[in-house]
Design a protein around this ligand. Structure first.
Ligand code: PNS
Length: 166
């Protein structure tokens, strides 16, 4: 299909911190989008306090994707649909790991469409090996001294190993 405009997608999340599951979803999205904007939310709908500041989360995402110039990173506060319209994103990417994710994701997708009728959400499933992985589990395992190196990339691991991240 010929396209005269690049397809831009937005991948919002807390990324506290970005995991290999997030990375996998982001890279997969480039099979259907020409450009991806990873949007790091200052606060999440489900936020219970974050481990990393938004600046640190942004830096980690930037470092993780520095090999791919089709991926940009920004931070945002306020409504996702406002940002999506501002940057000209045609769709929102979200990862769906299991049925348990569905209710929350469905509510957000529907609310976004109520707020902006053109909001389309595309759900991508990560590689099966990341289907159990979440940022909250990474935080917990790391805090309790477990090895999280299979689950996060080096820029994240480095920061998790700092004493201040406990
Ligand atoms: O990684 P998370 O915490 O599940 O991401 C949730 C996020 C940041 C995508 C969601 O909380 C969000 O879109 N926040 C922005 C505020 C907003 O637009 N809320 C209304 C849509 S549900």
């Amino acid at each position: 299909m010929a396209r005269d405009q690049p397809v831009v997608a937005i991948y919002p999340g807390s990324f506290d911190p970005i995991t290999k599951g997030h990375e996998d979803v982001a890279r997969r999205s480039l099979r259907i989008a020409d450009r991806l904007v990873v949007a790091v939310a200052r606060t999440s709908t489900q936020a219970k306090g974050s481990l990393f500041s938004v600046e640190e989360r942004l830096e980690m995402v930037q470092e993780v994707f520095q090999d791919d110039d089709r991926i940009e990173v920004c931070q945002f506060e306020g409504l996702l649909v406002d940002l999506a319209q501002e940057i000209g994103a045609q769709f929102v990417i979200r990862g769906l790991r299991a049925v348990s994710d569905f209710e929350y994701e469905f509510e957000m997708a529907q609310m976004n469409r109520e707020l902006w009728s053109e909001a389309e959400t595309v759900f991508l499933t990560p590689n099966q090996k990341y289907s159990f992985l979440s940022a909250s589990l990474v935080r917990e395992v790391s805090r309790l001294g477990g090895d999280v190196s299979p689950f996060v990339s080096e820029p994240v691991l480095r920061r998790l190993q700092r004493p201040s991240a406990e």
